[in-house]
Design a protein around this ligand. Structure first.
Ligand code: NZQ
Ligand code: ZN
Length: 379
């Protein structure tokens, strides 16, 4: 096991009927209430939040309309509003897009320059407003980590930031809040959380980490099983609860502690698909990941065999990749660029975009040619 420092300051409040407690945590504050387009108004979460804020005399100003694959222009507007209204906290109610917008606003609030400087490593994140979360879609683990991803719609760059000051103070995880998540986003969430686990599993420096490998395999199985159940019964509490906690654990630092150096090459390529075509994050990963595994199948054959045996009862690496591909298709996500109408002739453009992130993340082996070769396997 490699040396590690594990630090995760987010307080998790998990379970049924917890949403109504959000006001307790925000007492004495004036917050910027951030949310997406309409889901929380349709499913009643909005009303529960407002009731709790009012009951606890929490001041708030609203900013809504965060889009999936959130954009910098919206972040700028929200920072301006937060300053004008002199808020002292942010309450993000939604999935990864809303939480990530909250994180960008939280640090941008104190920065005199353009918050995008943080994304291009021109400036270092310092202070941030405290962030509170009510999670409505399980997928990204943004509710319990210190990262955020925003798209600069002008430069077509989907880039990330990371800083301890961005970790939410409190995140409320009520599985009931996810009953209304539609099938497609449940599938994208499943893929996203699985790939968070598998990026580390397949790229880790230390080849034998039994705690971490076993943890990943259990979480992957849980995600797959709960997704199958949710597809049949959207309001199955235990399945939604398993899914929600597994997705949070998949990228809160716990499964990568001790594995040593590891990378996120699939996210590097997936972010370009979203930056260029605005496709959902999970949908980008279900295309890229099987192609990436195929590309590395020889050098990673032992680990793929271990994975296949644990998850599918299959030892053969090629058959394991096929089984994974089939699982993604069976829950309704695409595994080929052609399935989402992206022609193979666009691969050069996608690789050109992805290489910017490869450089930012110091994934030196991923040159434009290598990325092109991988994407061709997913054409
Ligand atoms: O806008 P509304 O109407 O609320 O609809 C949303 C949105 O259209 C809907 N939704 C959310 N909760 C719902 C619901 N619909 C019905 N019932 C509910 N309870 O779902 C749609 C997608 O929401 P979004 O927040 O975009 O999804 P997700 O949580 O998958 O977030 C994706 C974003 O997070 C980034 C992705 O790149 C992408 O931009 N990621 C963030 C990470 C992080 N901060 O650690 C890591 C990830 O790898 C990822 O990159
Ligand atoms: Zn992801």
């Amino acid at each position: 096991m490699k040396n590690f420092v594990f630090y995760n300051p987010t307080q998790i409040v998990f379970g049924k009927d917890q949403t109504k407690n959000i006001g307790n945590y925000l007492r004495g504050k004036k917050c910027l209430l951030l949310y997406g387009k309409e889901s929380i108004k349709r499913n009643g979460i909005y009303d529960r939040i407002i009731e709790s804020l009012n009951k606890n005399n929490v001041g708030f100003v609203e900013k809504y309309g965060v889009k999936s694959n959130p954009v910098l222009g919206f972040v700028h507007e929200a920072i301006e509003l937060a300053r004008k209204e002199n808020v002292d906290a942010i309450l993000a109610v939604g999935g990864g897009s809303v939480i990530d917008t909250g994180k960008a606003v939280a640090c941008g609030f104190y920065y005199q320059g353009d918050v995008w400087d943080y994304f291009t490593d021109k400036a270092r994140i310092g202070n941030a407003l405290p962030l509170y979360v009510v999670l409505t879609l399980a997928a990204t683990a943004s509710e319990m980590n210190n990262g955020a991803v925003i798209t600069n719609e002008k430069t077509r760059q989907k880039f990330n930031i990371k800083a301890d000051s961005l970790s939410p103070k409190v995140s409320i995880l009520d599985p009931v809040n996810t009953y209304t998540v539609p099938g497609n986003y449940t599938a994208y969430g499943c893929v996203d959380a699985m790939v968070h686990l598998l990026e580390g599993y397949f790229t880790q420096e230390d080849p034998s980490t039994s705690i971490q490998d076993g943890f990943v395999e259990t979480l992957v199985k849980t995600l797959m099983e709960s997704t199958r159940t949710i597809m049949k019964k959207a309001d199955d509490y235990n399945a939604r609860a398993d899914f929600m906690w597994a997705a949070t654990l998949a990228l809160n630092g716990i499964t990568t502690a001790g594995i040593g150096n590891h990378g996120f090459p699939n996210h590097m390529m997936g972010h370009s698909l979203s930056a260029l075509y605005d496709i959902a994050h999970g949908a980008s990963l279900s295309i890229v990941f099987p192609a990436w595994l195929k590309h590395h199948a020889k050098e990673k054959s032992k680990k793929i065999s271990r994975f296949g045996t644990a998850i599918f009862g299959i030892e053969d690496p090629q058959k394991t990749i096929e089984a994974l591909d089939q699982f993604f298709n069976s829950i309704g996500t695409s595994t080929r660029l052609s399935q989402v109408n992206i022609p193979a002739t666009d691969i050069d453009k996608i690789a050109g975009n992805a290489v910017m992130l490869a450089q930012k993340w110091r994934l030196d082996q991923y040159t434009k040619d290598i990325i092109t070769a991988i994407l061709q396997l997913g054409a």
